[in-house]
Structure formats: structure tokens, C-alpha cells
Design a protein around this ligand. Structure first.
Ligand code: 3PG
Length: 404
């Protein structure tokens, strides 16, 4: 089992690890649901009168997204409706001074932990617990709250190092994500289990399909994943758009796994029967898959018949897991497949988990209510790990008896 915020006495000095890693465009940090989600955990810590220091990361050294956390503090403060002071230091004297001056319900955000040398090496918890980062910060606090589920697949210092030397608790995001995302691997469902298998990251999705092939009754194929399966059964689809090597490399990397699923699980695979593309006048046009020839278009969504059929299957399932969008929903003309299936899930009463940063954005973009889904994940890589049944180091370290 693991301890949660319910087990934490009020008025403590708390060090909390969040995941506020965000898209950054030309130096500007984009608001996203990670802020809203983590703000709920911080709100609880503030209301319980804790002195709160937050640790988080942004980007990786060498990338454009590797920036300080100054803007993150402002965005978080807005969601929280409470000040969040940005401290331009992670565990040096400036950070220690700021920690020392914390009063009850104060919140500070320490500098991007990936700007320290200690954070990024992938190491075991024992080794990380001896790092300067952990050894310096741990004595300043009474408790550690691990809430960064979406970074829990990384064996980084601030994820796995502290729980070994401090009283550690799972934050609200951590606990909710873990329980929903591992449901497909751990729960038995009486009715049909459906997975929307779409998006552009076909290698990840096909790995998930291969792992879950005995658990899932219907894989609704779409996006790049759908085109690779259509290609495998003889349709001439899947062309690389603008040099980006989405199809060919993923085809070569996955064709054996695809062939294996087609051979051994044919009745679980649901193929698009029609596809949508932009015609000469830039309008949405549709074609049945039987009519597709010579890779003549970039197919950017499943067609209307497919969308209807997929929505029906989702509505009649007991559990639906979404991994990847059925089309390029960012463009409204190609959002039909994705939104119709999400609507069917939202209106039904199945157990539902929507994951993968991109797909969950569709929920927001098209004004759906997050509360109509059992869980909308804010995790990317960690969601894939959970679906493929791999233990997450950042979760494992929080278990006090080896079990959640
Ligand atoms: C994420 O954004 O998925 C996590 O924060 C992990 O980030 P990383 O892939 O840079 O380790």
C-alpha cells in the first residue's frame, strides 16, 4: 500500500515533486492541463497549512524547451489563486534561504531541477538518495509528496531519490493516474474492452496492442496506426508528408508485429472502411478504403461511416481506453472520428481512460467535460509504460510494502 495526503498531518514542511513539463514556443510556456491538475494537490497542501516547496522540471539540456520555471510559477499561481514564489535556485544557498523563510501555506517553486547535474542520470533509488540534491534538501522537510506520475517512468534523482530517506506520500495526481491507467492490466471487466488505437506514434501504440492483445476485444484502428494496418492487408495508403518519416520507418519497424496481430487476433482488429482527406477546394472529402489507390491523398481522418461504427462499438463497451486520435483533430475538418468516439464515451456509462497528451487535448478543444470520463491522463510516456504493464520506478518507490 501507499500513503496519500489523507495520512499527512497538517502544518508540515513539505517538499513536493510535480510534473509541469510543458510545450514552449519561442520561449513562452504554454498553459496546459498539468497546471490545473497539480493545482488541486497544491490547494490541498495550502489549506492544510503546510509550508510548501515544489520541485519540477522543464525540457532537457540542449533543447529549446529547456527554460527556467519562472513562467510556470505565474501560471500555477493563477490556477491556485494563491501566490507561488519562483526561486531561481534548486538547492543552493538561495533555495535554502527561501525554504527557511516559508510560513504556513506559503508556496515556492524551486528552479528547474534538470538544471542540476544530479537529476538526469538514470540511477537506482539508493544511489540517487546519496546525491547532493537529495542530501541537501531532505533535512529541510518533514515529508515528500510524489505527484509527478507523468515523469515516474524516469529514474531521476527527484523522482526516486527522496522517498528512501524521507516520509513519502503519493499526491492526488499520482494516485488517480496510477489507479486508472493500470486498470486495464489489473482489472477484470465483464463486458467488452475496447481500445482506440490511433495517433502518429505507431510504434508505441503497436507495442501496447501487442501487450494487451488478450485483454482487448476491439482495437479501433485510426491515424497512422490505422494506415499501417490497412497497408498490411493490401491497401495502398500511407504516404510520408513533407519529409517527415512517419510511415516508412514505422512500417519497417512494426510490420512483423502487425502481421502477428493480423494472423493471431483478426477478430479483435476493427479497420476503417472509409477515410477523409482535403480535396482540391480544401474541403473535407471521403473515400471508401476499397477505392483508395496509389496513395493519392494524405488521409487525415477516418470517414463518417467508420466514425459511426466506432462510436457504436465504444458506446456498447464496458471499458474504453483511448491511445491516440483517429484523425488530425486540431483541424476541425478532420476532427469527426475523434470527437464522435469521445462523445459516445462521454454520453455512455463505460469505464473510460483517455491518455496521451495530444488526444486529451481534443476534450478541451471541443468543449467536452472531463468529468464525463473516468479518467483523463496528463501522462505521455508513463501512460504507455502503464499500458504495457511496465512498473514505473517513481510509483514503486512510494509503495511501503512493495504493493499499491
Ligand atoms: C513528460 O513530459 O512526458 C515528462 O515530463 C517526461 O519528460 P521527458 O520525456 O523529457 O523525460
Amino acid at each position: 500500500s501507499y500513503r496519500t495526503l489523507d495520512d499527512l498531518d497538517d502544518g508540515q514542511r513539505v517538499l513536493a515533486r510535480f510534473d509541469l513539463n510543458s510545450p514552449v514556443s519561442v520561449g513562452v510556456v504554454e498553459d496546459n492541463r498539468r497546471f490545473a491538475r497539480h493545482a488541486r494537490t497544491v490547494r490541498e497542501l495550502v489549506d492544510a497549512g503546510h509550508r510548501v516547496a515544489l520541485l519540477a522540471h522543464q525540457g532537457r539540456p540542449g533543447r529549446d524547451t529547456f527554460v527556467t520555471l519562472e513562467q510556470h510559477a505565474d501560471i500555477l499561481a493563477e490556477y491556485l489563486d494563491h501566490p507561488v514564489e519562483y526561486v531561481p535556485d534548486t538547492y543552493g544557498q538561495t533555495a535554502l534561504d527561501a525554504i527557511e523563510h516559508l510560513d504556513a501555506s506559503d508556496v515556492i517553486l524551486l528552479e528547474n531541477v534538470r538544471m542540476t547535474d544530479d537529476e538526469l542520470p538514470e540511477r537506482d533509488p539508493e544511489e540517487h538518495s546519496r546525491s547532493d540534491l537529495v542530501q541537501t534538501l531532505a533535512p529541510e522537510f518533514d515529508a515528500y509528496v510524489g505527484d509527478a506520475y507523468s515523469a515516474a517512468h524516469r529514474r531521476h534523482a527527484s523522482i526516486v531519490g527522496f522517498p528512501l530517506v524521507m516520509d513519502a506520500y503519493a499526491g492526488r495526481v499520482m494516485a488517480a493516474e496510477y489507479e486508472a491507467n493500470s486498470a486495464i492490466a489489473t482489472r477484470e471487466f465483464d463486458g467488452e474492452v475496447t481500445m482506440v488505437a490511433g495517433g502518429t506514434k505507431a510504434t508505441d501504440v503497436i507495442e501496447v496492442m501487442t501487450t494487451l492483445r488478450d485483454k482487448v476485444d476491439n482495437f479501433l484502428l485510426g491515424g497512422v496506426v490505422g494506415e499501417l494496418f490497412l497497408r498490411a492487408v493490401g491497401y495502398d495508403v500511407g504516404r510520408d508528408i513533407d519529409e517527415n518519416d512517419l510511415y516508412e520507418s514505422q512500417w519497417l519497424a512494426n510490420r512483423e508485429k502487425i502481421a502477428d496481430l493480423i494472423e493471431n487476433h483478426p477478430s479483435d482488429l476493427v479497420y476503417p472502411t472509409d477515410l477523409a482527406y482535403a480535396d482540391g477546394a480544401d474541403e473535407r472529402a471521403e473515400v471508401t478504403v476499397a477505392e483508395v489507390k496509389n496513395k493519392d491523398h494524405d488521409y487525415l481522418d477516418v470517414g463518417s461511416d467508420t466514425a459511426e461504427q466506432y462510436a457504436d462499438i465504444a458506446a456498447n463497451s464496458e471499458a474504453v481506453f483511448v491511445k491516440g486520435a483517429l484523425g488530425m483533430f486540431e483541424d476541425e475538418r478532420f476532427s469527426d472520428g475523434t470527437t464522435r468516439v469521445l462523445d459516445a464515451i462521454a454520453q455512455g456509462d463505460c469505464f473510460s481512460v483517455v491518455g496521451g497528451g495530444d488526444t486529451s487535448r481534443a476534450i478541451e478543444m471541443y468543449g467536452m467535460d472531463e468529468a464525463d470520463f473516468s479518467h483523463v491522463s496528463i501522462a505521455g510516456g508513463a501512460y504507455i509504460n502503464a499500458l504495457t504493464g511496465q512498473p514505473l520506478p517513481g510509483v514503486e518507490v512510494l509503495k511501503d510494502d512493495g504493493e499499491w
